[in-house]
Every structure is written in structure tokens, then in C-alpha cells.
Design a protein around this ligand. Structure first.
Ligand code: ATP
Ligand code: LTN
Length: 327
């Protein structure tokens, strides 16, 4: 059995980009692998957070994990800060990483753009992500395309440490990316990725959005003026993005969809996409409402933390030994 690890930040507004790019894979993988799914709260504080909101968002994400079909009996589901090994290994790996490679990370460049000084956590956050992954001897990391560079860094760090401290110190993991859905773009600007933090609420569809909001966001999504439903990222990024979403939700290929909407305008296409999206999200929302306030949710996270901690402790013992730390 392979070991799978992934994480989502509890920063609110989990959207269909997160779902189609990452979360959907989590469910697919859990029957045949040993899966560990984390709510990465220590990552969230790389930017300022309101403590009350953060606590709420941790449970929101946990409930969404369960609502999309992650079964805490099959998979380990837990909150990152419940297992101290993440911060501990993060420090060790910080000492193996170079500032040069961290300054090159695209998300860092984007978030620090134009600022003379930013929180140091924004720079070292990919190292904490590497620690999350390496702490569990992970083989596979299901994520969206935007995380490719971070996965490469994780692999580089593992290979570097193994070369110096012994080749079985860390397992070198592989990223896993969806064929369709790996990069869902903002509905109002199909040249930037759909994001939790974008100010325009209509730029994204959140998993718990009401049908009326979903309809508005899709109907006003940016397209173009030629009225042909065709996949062409270069010239028709808006329509291409909607086709990717449609395909990821239904399993129909883009070619099938192009044929289906041949001769139809964007109106029909968008109306159907509204229906597809509303229908796909309805059961998630229903299950979320059942579970969000339940004791079952808290119990699952406590049990998950214990199981994760047992694995993490073993790795940290090995790491301390290899690095010559402690007595
Ligand atoms: P933001 O959307 O604000 O940039 P984020 O990328 O930091 O948030 P996370 O919660 O850390 O969001 O991401 C969870 C998962 O969702 C990651 O695997 C990430 O690659 C994936 N993901 C995020 N945005 C998209 C997107 N637009 N399309 C596909 N996958 C995405
Ligand atoms: N950096 C990721 C979230 C994340 C993650 C992880 C994903 C933190 N630790 C470990 C996979 C494995 C993000 O911002 N999307």
C-alpha cells in the first residue's frame, strides 16, 4: 500500500478549484492507499488571521473533508498543530534549505511583490510543507498544479538530506495532478487562478454557495464575443475554463462537450453548467450541515491526531538520530 498525504489551509471559502484540483483526488485514493489528510492551520498563520475565525475555519474544512466523502475510518484526518512533529521537522529542514531556492518560489514572489519586508513565514512556508509530507514517509501527494514547485522543493530537500545523512532518511514523494481540474481559473479573470482570497466573490464558486449565487457567478463569468463553445486556452481562456469545470464535474471529455454544444450559444452552455454544478454540490452541502456541529467530527479529529502522531514520532526519532541531535 502506498502512503498518501495532502493538506488544505483553513482560510475559508473552499472553492471548486480546491475541490476539482485536489479534494476530489483525496476521495478517489482512499480505498487503495493509506491516506493522511491534514488541515494545515500552521500554514494559515503565514498571513494575519483572526484567532476566532481560524478556529471556526479549521472545523469548516474538517466537515467539508467528511462531506465530500473522506471516511475517517479509512483515512487519517487531523489538524496539523495537534502533531508537534510538523514544526519540529520544519526547523530541521529549514537548516537544509537555501534562501536562494526559497526566494525563487512563485507564490512567495507573488505575495511579497513590491514589499520591502514580509513575514518570514511566507518565505519558509514551503519548507513546512515539505516537513508535512516527509514526516509521514509519503509516496504520493495529490495537489493542484499551483503546488508543483513546492513538490519539487520537497523532493530536492529529501534527496539532499538522503545524500548527506543516509539514503533511507526520507522517502522521496511524487505529486499527483488531475487531468482536468488541476488548475481552475477565476470566473471574472480566466488568466489568474481561482482563489479563496480574491476580493470578488463572483470570481469563485465556494462549495457551500447557494444555487442562486452559483447561477449568478456562472452567468456573469467572463467569456468572449465569438459565441463558439470550443477549448482554446490562448484565445478563449474563459470558455476553456468553463469547459474544464464542466468536464471535471461530469466526466465527459472536452471533445464530447464541444460536440454537444456545437451550434449553441454561451447561454445554453452556461445554463447547463449551472445545473451540473448545483447538482454536484447539493449532496456535499447536505452532508456538511449534518456533520459540522457534531461530536463525531471532533472525535474523528482527535483519533486522527493520535494516529498521525504515532507515525510522526517514529520519523522524528530516525531524523534526530541521523542528524546527531539529542543524547
Ligand atoms: P488560494 O485559493 O487562496 O490561493 P490556496 O491555493 O492556498 O488558496 P489551499 O487550501 O492551500 O489553497 O489549497 C488546497 C488545494 O487546492 C491545493 O492542493 C491546491 O493546489 C489546490 N488548488 C488551489 N487553487 C486551485 C485552483 N484554482 N485550481 C485547482 N486546484 C487548486
Ligand atoms: N501549500 C499548500 C497546502 C499544503 C499542502 C501540504 C499540500 C500545506 N502542506 C502538504 C500538500 C501536502 C497550498 O497552499 N495549497
Amino acid at each position: 500500500m502506498k502512503r498518501v498525504f495532502s493538506g488544505v489551509q483553513p482560510t475559508g471559502n473552499i472553492h471548486i478549484g480546491n475541490y476539482l484540483g485536489a479534494l476530489k483526488q483525496f476521495v478517489e485514493l482512499q480505498d487503495e492507499n493509506e491516506c493522511i489528510y491534514c488541515i494545515v492551520d500552521e500554514h494559515a498563520i503565514t498571513v494575519p488571521q483572526d484567532p476566532k475565525e481560524l478556529k471556526k475555519h479549521i472545523l469548516d474544512v474538517a466537515a467539508l473533508y467528511m462531506a465530500i466523502g473522506i471516511d475517517p475510518k479509512k483515512s487519517i484526518v487531523f489538524v496539523q498543530s495537534s502533531v508537534s512533529g510538523h514544526a519540529e521537522l520544519g526547523w530541521v529542514l529549514n537548516c537544509a534549505a537555501n534562501t536562494g531556492e526559497l526566494f525563487r518560489m512563485t507564490p512567495f514572489k507573488a505575495k511579497s511583490q513590491g514589499k520591502q519586508s514580509v513575514g518570514a513565514g511566507l518565505l519558509t512556508y514551503p519548507v513546512l510543507m515539505a516537513a508535512d509530507i516527509l514526516l509521514y514517509d509519503t509516496d504520493i501527494v495529490p495537489v493542484g498544479n499551483d503546488q508543483k514547485q513546492h513538490i519539487e522543493l520537497t523532493r530536492d530537500l529529501a534527496i539532499r538530506v538522503n545524500a548527506k545523512y543516509g539514503k533511507d532518511t526520507f522517502v522521496v514523494p511524487d505529486g499527483r495532478f488531475m487531468k482536468s481540474g488541476a488548475r481552475i481559473m477565476a470566473l471574472d479573470d480566466p488568466t489568474s487562478k481561482m482563489s479563496k482570497s480574491a476580493p470578488n466573490d463572483h470570481s469563485r464558486i465556494s462549495l457551500l454557495d447557494e444555487p442562486s449565487k452559483i447561477k449568478k457567478s456562472i452567468m456573469r463569468a467572463t467569456t468572449d464575443s465569438d459565441g463558439i463553445v470550443k477549448f482554446d486556452i490562448e484565445n478563449k481562456p474563459g470558455v476553456s475554463n468553463l469547459l474544464s469545470i464542466y468536464s471535471a464535474f461530469t466526466g465527459k471529455t472536452v471533445e464530447e462537450l464541444e460536440a454537444e454544444y456545437d451550434g449553441h450559444g454561451y447561454g445554453d452552455f452556461k445554463k447547463d453548467l449551472v445545473e451540473v454544478t448545483v447538482n454536484a454540490l447539493a449532496p456535499i452541502k447536505e452532508r456538511y450541515n449534518e456533520i459540522r456541529e457534531s461530536q463525531e467530527l471532533i472525535d474523528a479529529l482527535k483519533d486522527g491526531a493520535e494516529r498521525a502522531d504515532a507515525i510522526a514520532r517514529k520519523t522524528m526519532e530516525r531524523v534526530r538520530d541521523r542528524f546527531g541531535l539529542g543524547l
